[in-house]
Design a protein around this ligand. Structure first.
Ligand code: OSB
Ligand code: MG
Length: 391
């Protein structure tokens, strides 16, 4: 497939404003690496990026880094530093993002800028972001009208509590259930779930909690007909996963380890996994996301979009990516009421119960709009939480 065209705005980037926010979550998601909840009273921190072009068009993006370097090395504080001191000065006055190329790393900060720029360009062109992504991919690819979605369930105090939540999510209409696992909360737990729900589409996410020595334990999951096991081994590892996958029938899905499209080429080449989780914030933006989409399309690798507990701003961008036809498995893009109530955007995402999908946005640009009063509140909450967290 051909090279992706460069995205350019018709007017230069005039102004970029950062809005650090903290949002109360409906429920905390506990993973094998914990959660930030103790630190911040179940407040999800994020940095929203407001990018204005000289023609007045505005785009928004969200940086999904968390308070602590748990899932990735980036934090809200490093993102604010990198954005203010390097990324923003590198692109002000420009009509493209080439200025970012001289800097390395900080993918979540990078994605926040890319999302804001791409949504501004989509707005200028009067097309929804999903259409712009499809157009950049080329080859006459059309976006889907709905994205298939599932729900992610954190580690609970008891198996019974988990069974209750699964039941509730199934009743809400989610048809793919993802369960977080960790050592001691794995085989017996998943067996109990499978026994209670013999037919549901089930998967497990270990967030890097195991080593290759755990292969015999992980093999026991093969009897449970899981759709996949997500990131069982090291958060930077591809090699060890290539030693594990041949021992399992269950497909391995790589999340944390994948930072570029070339990481996927390597992983597929050495047999480290069979499914890819794409988080635009983890791979450093929408351009790299399209490269990931291209590799998966070319190699027929099943792909889905991961979530980072985004507000409506980040969720809208993820949904646009999830609307590309190469995204063939249900994404971690649940309805708004599973994360925030209320969200920071006017628009809310609802689940289509009949087919476990969410409608892709069709308004020009990002397709969602900030609620100004809630932005003020969320910025005030950030200032309070930030002092308390001492980060
Ligand atoms: O591993 O997918 C993950 C949230 C924070 C950090 C890592 C992960 C997650 C999720 C969230 O699973 C899923 C969602 O946003 O619905
Ligand atoms: Mg994951």
């Amino acid at each position: 497939m051909s090279k992706l065209p460069k995205l350019q705005s018709s007017a230069p980037i005039q102004k970029i404003t950062l809005h650090p926010i903290a949002m109360p979550m409906v429920e905390v998601l506990i993973t094998s690496f914990g959660s930030d909840a103790g630190l911040t009273d179940a407040l999800r921190g994020a940095v929203l990026v407001e990018l204005q072009l000289a023609n007045g068009v505005i785009g928004w993006g969200e940086c999904v880094a968390a308070w602590t370097p748990g899932y990735s090395y980036e934090t809200i504080a490093t993102a604010i530093h990198i954005l203010n001191d390097f990324f923003i000065p590198a692109i002000l006055g420009k009509t493209d993002l080439d200025g970012l190329k001289r800097y390395r790393g900080h993918p979540m900060a990078r994605m926040a800028i890319e999302a804001a720029f791409w949504s501004a360009v989509a707005q200028e062109r009067k097309v929804p972001l999903g259409d712009l992504l499809a157009a950049q991919l080329g080859g006459g690819i059309q976006r889907k009208a709905r994205a298939e979605v599932g729900v992610s369930i954190g580690i609970q105090p008891t198996i019974d509590a988990t069974l209750g939540i699964i039941e509730k999510r199934l009743n809400e209409g989610y048809r793919r259930i993802k369960l977080k696992i960790k050592p001691g909360w794995d085989v017996d737990f998943l067996r109990a779930v499978r026994k209670t729900f013999p037919k549901i589409t089930l998967m497990a996410d270990a967030n890097s909690a195991y080593t290759l020595d755990d292969a015999p334990l992980l093999k026991q999951l093969d009897d449970l007909d899981l759709l996949m096991i997500e990131q069982p081994l090291g958060y930077l590892d591809i090699y060890q996963h290539s030693k594990l996958q041949p021992q399992l029938r269950t497909p391995i899905c790589l999340d944390e380890s994948i930072h570029t499209a070339d990481d996927i080429r390597l992983a597929l080449h050495i047999g480290a996994g069979r499914i890819i989780n794409l988080k635009p914030g983890r791979v450093g933006g929408l351009t790299e996301s399209l490269e990931v989409v291209k590799v998966c399309q070319e190699t027929g690798t099943p792909l889905w979009i991961g979530g980072m507990l985004e507000t409506g701003i980040g969720r809208a961008a993820n949904l646009a990516v999830a609307s590309l036809p190469a995204v063939t498995l249900p994404s971690d893009l649940s309805a708004t009421n599973r994360y925030y109530d209320p969200d920071i955007t006017h628009e809310i995402f609802t689940l289509n119960k009949a087919d476990s999908t969410i409608d892709v946005l069709t308004a020009p640009g990002l397709g969602v709009h900030i609620h100004p009063d809630r932005l003020v509140e969320a910025k005030a909450a950030f200032e309070k939480a930030y002092q308390k967290a001492g980060v």
